[in-house]
Write a protein that binds this ligand. Structure first.
Ligand code: IPE
Ligand code: MG
Length: 143
């Protein structure tokens, strides 16, 4: 095991990267999947037990509808497309964040993938979806 127990990454700059490549923000999001794959691969190789990826924050709801739809479509398609690879590599998927506002089919897909992967032991991948770390800190301070 690595002495690093948990790595959390706030994904950022994907939209700007897409524009810089003279394409679109959504192009940047699409290519961001490659970065997710390489981080995940490297984390498994380095035997890091927990990886958290900030995927869609509560603040992201303020984005244009077309971008929100694109992001959820990307999440939906990637989860489905990668399920076999996820299982094969012993990845356990966990989701943090408020599920209530997520599209219904994504809620179902999450439930399905969590059930399919809960016994996997190589790495736990926490996907932060509709997750507000500020909210979590405020609530912790109230206790
Ligand atoms: C990260 O990139 C992807 C998501 C959080 C959805 P951004 O979407 O924050 O890209 P920039 O920072 O606006 O370029
Ligand atoms: Mg950003």
């Amino acid at each position: 095991m690595n002495s690093l127990n948990h790595v959390a990454i706030i994904m950022d700059g994907n939209g700007r990267w897409g524009l810089k490549k003279k394409k679109s923000r959504n192009y940047g999001h699409l290519k961001g999947i490659r970065a997710v794959e390489s981080v995940l691969k490297a984390s498994i190789k380095k035997k890091i037990p927990f990886l958290t990826l900030y995927t869609f924050s509560t603040e992201n709801w303020q984005r244009p509808e077309n971008e929100i739809n694109f992001l959820f479509d990307l999440i939906r398609k990637s989860l489905k497309k990668k399920l076999k690879t996820i299982t094969k590599h012993g990845i356990k998927i966990n989701v943090i964040g408020k599920k209530s506002r997520l599209p219904n089919d994504i809620k179902r897909t999450i439930k399905f993938i969590k059930n399919k992967t809960f016994k996997n032991k190589k790495i736990t991948l926490n996907l932060a979806l509709n997750y507000g770390s500020k909210e979590e800190i405020v609530n912790a301070c109230k206790k």
